[in-house]
Design a protein around this ligand. Structure first.
Ligand code: PLP
Length: 651
């Protein structure tokens, strides 16, 4: 497998070795509680205060509060609570303080969610208004100018986590000054630390949260700066630590680690210069442009952090790119890590008015200021390899099916359609193609130079919305059963209309389609499509009576080596797509694997049930696809189909 190249630093970063050592030293020897009055406590307190002093120097914050906490979400929470309590009280006392909270449209979700939560809980009664951004992702200062006199609180991040867009903080400060706005101002500085100069006490900023794990400190440590004189209400009360501003025994290992990072920032001998980082980005940008000539960058590079690139490639979804990059060992993401498991489009790109296709194709590549040239060069080479893999044709004959048609499952949200294709003759037929996948299916057909003979539906008298959409996207094909076919006989003697596909035929039997080879004019059934979405029926399959749970068919990473040793005859099947397989051939305890993408597993089911009945171990990246493959085979009667739980990621 490919060694990992981590390009997802905006989600989190590795821990600086000096930071890990500092944390270790605290845990091993300097474990005192800084509130204790004995020598061990005094040493811990001295360490905490030396880190705080360093932080003040690095952030340009000799004055104001600087408290350690668990991270930026807590810092944001504390800032929002502090501002809203003060505003609620001021409003209750009839003091003029504004009635609007302006929230940048591209803020991290922690900001609008905290505002809505505390506004409701405190009954502050403020109106939350989105401050829009322009197409470059920068705040609309004209809108701010209009609303600033009414603004009680303004929340604008220093740099965006998805696009890297750097806010015009000087411009915002100027507008607030020009309009004599009464607003408090929170600036989420999470992505700025170590990448942009900060001089907090000299600015008008009231609240600035920071997070250690975005800059080589561990997770669970952060800081909040509060301008001297700005309202403050503690979020956590108890033992009165941090001068009563944040109770709870301090995370001393985290503070020590953060201290090592801040120290390195102050010394200036560890992290790379802005110019060097711009050079790294330029090489990655050039590699992307070479690899994907149509690539579009979703934020203007001149306004973005030197460490973040957000791009879209026409014709490739974020998932397409992420899967292949991951197989190549390149860790990137589609957007913020918090929304990685959600399929909703990015609110950041939406707010910038990025066209839908670019939102659906967006990929974020981010690195940290420790980036090494040699690693950037390796990443560039892998990007080129990924582009070659992504250009591979998807409709290829299976090595197991000598001259039979291929069958691809077109799955969308539980519903399933099918694409039958004859690789030799470059013809294909779609059955129940999902409308939502019409564009992708059409691209697959056209890129392979296939002729779409028919797009059929098991309902709607032969042509449903999906069939029509597919023909429209492909610019070819007949939606519905074509005229002028041939005739096929069934075993029961009926003679029905059929279409030839290579050496096989598709027969129309009412709302059902039967596929197979004609032997002496009689159909030898291979697949039947009845619109049920379940795996099609193939001869020789017997339904499994016993219901199968996932636990019955999963092997974890610890058990798999033993299982392979006990089953030397087993067949390991990589159910990732052919593109992932091409860039990241599977290496599982020295076993090589046959690549049968999940969408093609049904096509091979009868082979594994009748011709080659060896035990099967399905593997994929995360275990999600392989367990579905195992479930399919088990439900068709294969007793020895297994999945590698957790996938290659854990193996
Ligand atoms: N703000 C921004 C801009 C971020 O990128 C993140 C992390 O993704 C956060 C806030 C939340 O930080 P934490 O994980 O420390 O709570």
């Amino acid at each position: 497998m490919n060694p990992e190249i981590y390009l997802d630093a905006n989600a989190t970063s590795p821990v600086l070795p000096a930071a890990a050592s500092a944390a270790m030293a605290v845990m091993a020897d300097g474990f005192g509680n800084p509130s204790s009055s004995h020598a061990a406590g005094l040493r811990a307190r001295a360490l905490r205060e030396s880190v705080r002093a360093c932080a003040r120097r690095v952030l340009g914050a000799p004055e104001g509060r600087l408290t350690f906490n668990s991270g930026a979400t807590e810092g944001i929470q504390t800032a929002v609570l502090s501002a809203l309590v003060a505003l609620r009280d001021a409003r209750a006392n009839g003091q003029p303080c504004g009635d609007l909270v302006l929230v940048g449209a591209t803020e991290h979700k922690a900001v609008p969610e905290s505002l809505a939560h505390w506004n409701r809980l405190l009954g502050a009664g403020l109106e939350l208004r989105t401050l829009p951004v322009d197409t470059d992702g920068r705040h609309r200062l004209d809108v701010l100018r209009e609303l600033a006199p009414r603004a009680a609180l303004v929340c604008t991040m220093a740099a965006n986590n998805e696009t890297g867009v750097v806010s015009d903080l000087d411009g915002i400060a100027q507008v607030l000054r020009d309009t004599a706005s009464p607003a408090l101002w929170m600036v989420d500085c999470v992505q700025a630390l170590g990448k942009l100069p900060l001089n907090l006490s000299a600015s008008r900023i009231d609240y600035a949260p920071f997070s250690g794990h975005k800059l080589y400190a561990p997770k669970g440590i952060g800081m909040l700066y509060v301008r001297a004189g700005a309202p403050f209400t503690p979020l956590m009360c108890g033992g009165g630590q941090e001068q009563g501003q944040r109770s709870g025994t301090e995370n001393m290992a985290g503070i020590a680690a953060l201290g090592a990072v801040l120290d390195a920032l102050e010394r200036g001998d560890t992290f790379r210069s802005h110019a060097a980082l711009l050079g790294c980005r330029a090489r990655l940008v050039a590699a992307l442009q070479d690899a994907f000539p149509g690539v579009v960058f979703n934020a203007p590079l001149e306004h973005a952090l030197p460490t973040t690139i957000n791009f879209s490639v026409p014709g490739l979804s974020s998932a397409d790119v992420l899967e292949v990059f991951d197989a190549a060992g390149l860790r990137v993401s589609a957007g913020s890590a918090c929304s990685a498991s959600k399929t909703a489009p990015s609110h950041v790109l939406d707010a910038m008015g990025v066209p839908d296709w670019r939102g659906a194709s967006a990929v974020r590549m981010s690195f940290g200021p420790l980036a090494e040239d040699v690693v950037i060069d390796q990443a560039c080479a892998r990007i080129a390899a990924c582009a070659r893999a992504l250009a591979l044709p998807l409709l290829q004959a299976s090595p197991l099916a000598a001259d039979g048609a291929g069958l691809v499952q077109l799955e969308h949200e539980g519903g399933a359609g099918w694409l039958l294709f004859d690789a030799a003759g470059r013809t294909c037929i779609a059955i129940d193609p999902p409308a939502a996948l019409a564009g992708r299916t059409a691209a697959m057909v056209n890129a392979g130079g296939y002729r779409l003979l028919a797009a059929l539906s098991t309902a709607h008298d032969g042509a449903g919305a999906g069939a029509l959409a597919l023909c429209a996207h492909a610019g070819q094909g007949i939606a519905g059963w074509p005229d002028g076919g041939i005739e096929a006989r069934l075993e029961d003697g009926r003679r029905l209309s059929a279409i030839a596909l290579g050496r096989e035929v598709l027969v129309r039997d009412g709302g059902k389609y039967l596929f197979g080879r004609l032997q002496d004019g009689v159909l030898a059934l291979r697949f039947a499509f009845d619109g049920s979405g379940a795996p099609v029926v193939t001869p020789g399959m017997t339904a499994q009576a016993r219901p199968q749970t996932e636990a019955d068919m999963e092997l974890d990473a610890g058990a798999v080596a033993r299982w392979l040793a006990e089953h030397p005859e087993a067949l390991v099947v990589d159910v990732r797509c052919a593109r992932e397989h091409a860039v990241g051939p599977l290496d599982l305890h020295g076993w090589s694997a046959l690549n049968v993408p999940l969408a093609r597993v049904t096509e091979h089911a009868s082979h594994w049930l009748d011709a080659d009945t060896r035990p099967l171990l399905f593997v994929c990246r995360s275990g999600a696809r392989s367990v579905r493959a195992a479930r399919t085979l088990r439900s068709l009667g294969h007793p020895r189909a297994w999945s590698l739980a957790g996938g290659l990621a854990l193996a």
